[in-house]
Ligand binder design. Structure first.
Ligand SMILES: *Cc1c(COP(=O)(O)O)cnc(C)c1O
Length: 226
């Protein structure tokens, strides 16, 4: 049975995307270098369907089971969008990750990298850093990033970038955390820096983000997780 999907207002999402692109430019970002990802986690398939109808090409999901269930109800056009996985990924969920995922952004330990390499040889990944050493957040400690990147490369994974979620803190602290991540990416010659969300995209862009991951400012607040 087809569930009734949330009816998002496509024109409103277009307007929200426009506002976000202006925020990126105002923060000094170059729109040929900074991409806008629509984070559709916690919403039903109405969100990716509307985002793609509004012209967005890049989508992010965070929970494997929810993602798999959602895909049954996305439009053909949404299925053809570029999907990234940005959530915490347990090793035993790797095999259930949908085929359409082109980048796994949340690789934060060697055991996970090994399982990804086994199930999806040559997979494109980003390595996720824990920018504020916050125990409740995913991510590899900053001083472990270069070892983890080397390990991923040994495993045949295609490492193209880094991802991080800054602490909820003063803008100067957030800026410094994103700058530190960008400098690690520079050292490791990783082109993609997935940094910035609704609340802190300005700091992330100022630090050289190439991809901001936005949920709330596109779709409104997320429903409570079932
Ligand atoms: C939920 C989430 C986002 C989007 O957050 P908003 O504040 O709604 O823009 C971005 N990145 C990650 C890793 C997330 O889990």
């Amino acid at each position: 049975m087809t569930p009734s999907l949330t009816a998002f207002d496509v024109a409103a999402i277009e307007r929200n995307a426009e506002i976000l692109l202006n925020r990126i430019v105002d923060a000094g970002g170059d729109l040929s270098r900074v991409r806008l990802m629509a984070v559709t986690k916690a919403f039903d398939a109405g969100a990716p369907n509307a985002a793609v109808a509004a012209g967005m090409l890049l989508l992010g999901e965070s929970y494997v089971q929810e993602f798999v269930a959602k895909l049954d109800h996305v439009t053909e056009a949404a299925l053809e969008a570029e999907w990234h996985f940005i959530g915490r990924l347990q090793r035993n969920k790797v095999r259930r990750l949908p085929e359409c995922v082109s980048v796994i952004q949340s690789v934060d330990n060697e055991a996970l990298a090994a399982e990804i390499a086994r199930r999806r040889p040559g997979q494109t990944v980003f390595v996720q850093a824990n920018l504020g050493d916050e125990p409740q957040k995913g991510g590899c400690p900053m001083d472990g990033i270069s070892t983890l990147v080397a390990k991923c490369r040994d495993l045949g994974l295609q490492v193209e970038g880094v991802m991080g979620v800054a602490e909820q803190a003063e803008p100067d602290v957030v800026l410094r955390q994103y700058q530190e991540l960008a400098s690690v990416a520079d050292e490791l010659e990783l082109a993609e820096r997935s940094m910035g969300m609704t609340a802190d995209l300005e700091s992330a862009v100022a630090a050289g983000s190439t991809m901001v991951r936005i949920g709330t400012a596109l779709f409104g607040s997320r429903p409570a997780k079932a």
